[in-house]
Design a protein around this ligand. Structure first.
Ligand SMILES: O=C(O)C(=O)C[C@H](O)C(=O)CO
Ligand SMILES: [Zn+2]
Length: 276
């Protein structure tokens, strides 16, 4: 598991492109036959990918957690972004179709991932945060997620949010998780942007076609920088940073948050006039 230690806003403005990418961008998360995890020290959020092919993969404990097992003091959210698969939690198997989400409660000792067809593997995207109590392990389909329609064609930001783990959905200690899809011909996400000093957030971009990319914007609203992001790359957003993107084509992205509260609407909106 890689560690990312975090940066102050005044330090952030002095970083060059490579330094920004090294600190905030995570690549290579979805490698076939592997589990790859990144541990951000913002809210101790762990994110990554598990792509089982011929055999199953285990969510292994990590020495950095000083725990007896990975979920001893943590909760986990998993979204399947690939082919059909199964997640087995302490002996109970959950069938996972594309866009099914599984919440796994604190205290679960064994979590394994498998694909129905290794040639078209499940691509499990994982978000985990420290947890103070156990909530039930729960699977929801895309139909069970809360749908929120945002944006309009005039601003090229028409998009649909699917909220799975949130205040009025699957209950959790602090994890909030779902994904957003841009409708055809639309390219902007989360613009005008916002910050939420109470929560950090990670975006994983996916279904970015071919060589297309998303220019992801971050920083305080009046000191923005950008990262060029490809398919299955994630960006860590510190609580003080906007998180927004414009693609050269349309795309989807998973958002996951942890921190002080779970109120999705607790955002400090930036106006277009604030952005520099
Ligand atoms: O398209 C959007 O707008 C989003 O998906 C916003 C994220 O969900 C977010 O930033 C929540 O804080
Ligand atoms: Zn946000």
């Amino acid at each position: 598991m890689q560690s990312r230690y975090g940066v102050r806003p005044d330090h952030f403005t002095r970083m060059n492109t490579q330094e920004l990418r090294d600190e905030f961008l995570a690549s290579g998360l979805m490698q076939e036959g592997q589990v790859n995890l990144v541990h951000s020290h913002y809210d101790r959020f762990i994110f990554g990918g598990a792509v089982p092919t011929s055999g199953s993969l285990q969510l292994e404990n990590d020495a950095d957690l000083r725990a007896d097992f990975f979920l001893q003091r943590r909760e986990l959210g998993v979204l399947n972004l690939g082919g059909k698969g199964t997640i087995t939690v302490d002996g109970t198997a959950y069938e996972m179709n594309r866009f099914d989400c599984l919440y796994v409660g604190r205290g679960s000792k064994s979590v394994t991932f498998a694909s129905a067809d290794g040639g078209s593997p499940a691509r499990f995207y994982l978000n985990s945060a420290p947890a103070h109590k156990e909530y039930p392990t729960t699977r929801n389909t895309q139909d069970q997620a809360n749908r929120v329609d945002l944006g309009d064609d005039e601003h090229a930001n028409k998009r649909v949010l699917y909220q799975y783990i949130h205040e009025n959905g699957i209950p959790s200690c602090q994890l909030v998780m779902g994904f957003t899809e841009l409708l055809s011909g639309n390219i902007w996400n989360t613009f005008p942007p916002h910050t939420h000093e109470r929560r950090m957030e990670v975006y994983l971009y996916f279904d970015v076609p071919g060589d297309e990319l998303v220019m992801h914007f971050m920083g305080k609203p009046d000191e923005t920088r950008h990262l060029a992001v490809r398919n299955f790359e994630a960006v860590i957003s510190p609580p003080w940073s906007i998180h927004s993107g414009a693609g050269t084509a349309n795309y989807r992205f998973v958002w996951g948050m942890a921190g002080e509260n779970q109120a999705f609407s607790d955002m400090d909106a930036a106006t277009l006039g604030d952005i520099r």
